[in-house]
Design a protein around this ligand. Structure first.
Ligand SMILES: CC(C)(C)c1cc(CCc2ccccn2)cc(-c2ccc(S(=O)(=O)CCO)cc2)c1
Length: 240
């Protein structure tokens, strides 16, 4: 896949998004709009050509599943319908490598806006932890979703194409730190999650509707998704 024409963009954007996700939310630019237990959701108000494209950043931490397990279930087309209630259809247009897929997704229509679809590459990658595994911090895993073009794009005029950049970054910590010779259980897995998205709705949609939708849907999505992965993995061997 390193020879695929998209590869330089995939490499560059994935590392940029990793940096963006790891930036803190200090400085007053991010406004907290939802908080539930360990989950905090922030947004910045941003409009382009009169369209709401508010960047979102969510941070969460979850016990019971690893960064690898979280990120794999976010990336995999096989389980997408099990957790993503916002989509009506999903097609894999291309598998450009074992870790990069091109998706076409039809999202459920949200009244009164026109139905939207999204065509994006989705890349999953492990970022080896910089300091040697001190037995606490494990590797960081990232999924980066970026809108792209594709020759098999059906270009359905009835649909409005959203333009999205999304990253889902996870890192697992063993808590409390492992004792010599003791086995790690799922309860020792503390996974920190950062979810960032910038979605241009791509066509007329009232600011009030979009802001109401993401303020309602995003907290639900992140809670539902993380619970789904913890439950799905609880009886499985731990995949680091
Ligand atoms: C609300 C807004 C942020 C603009 C929005 C609108 C729509 C299209 C559906 C829609 C919703 C509301 C209003 C109009 N259309 C989709 C998405 C969206 C797409 C993808 C992902 S993902 O994280 O890549 C998970 C894979 O599906 C997350 C969010 C967001």
């Amino acid at each position: 896949a390193a020879t695929h024409p998209l590869w330089p963009q995939i490499e560059k954007l994935t590392m940029e998004q990793l940096g963006y996700a790891q930036q803190g939310v200090e400085g007053g630019v991010w406004q907290l709009f939802a908080e539930e237990g360990e989950m905090k959701m922030y947004r910045r108000e941003l409009e382009e050509d009169g369209l709401v494209v508010d960047p979102l950043k969510a941070v969460h931490q979850v016990r019971g599943a690893t960064a690898h397990e979280m990120v794999h279930h976010f990336w995999s087309p096989d389980v997408r319908f099990e957790w993503d209630t916002s989509i009506e259809q999903m097609t894999v247009l291309d598998r450009i490598s074992s870790d990069t897929i091109i998706f076409l997704q039809l999202h459920k229509r949200v009244w009164p806006t026109a139905q939207r679809d999204a065509l994006f590459w989705s890349h999953v990658r492990k970022i080896p932890s910089s300091h040697p595994a001190n037995g606490e911090a494990y590797d960081t895993w990232i999924v980066c979703n970026q809108s792209t073009d594709h020759p098999d794009d059906p270009k359905d005029e009835k649909c409005v194409r959203v333009d999205l950049t999304v990253c889902f970054v996870c890192q697992t910590f063993i808590d409390p730190p492992i004792q010599e010779g003791k086995e790690i259980t799922r309860d020792n897995l503390l996974t920190k999650i950062t979810y960032c998205s910038v979605v241009n709705p791509g066509g007329w949609a009232p600011a009030s509707v979009l802001r109401a939708v993401y303020k309602r849907e995003y907290p639900k999505f992140l809670k539902r998704f993380t619970q789904y992965v913890v439950e799905k993995c609880e009886s499985q061997p731990i995949a680091f």
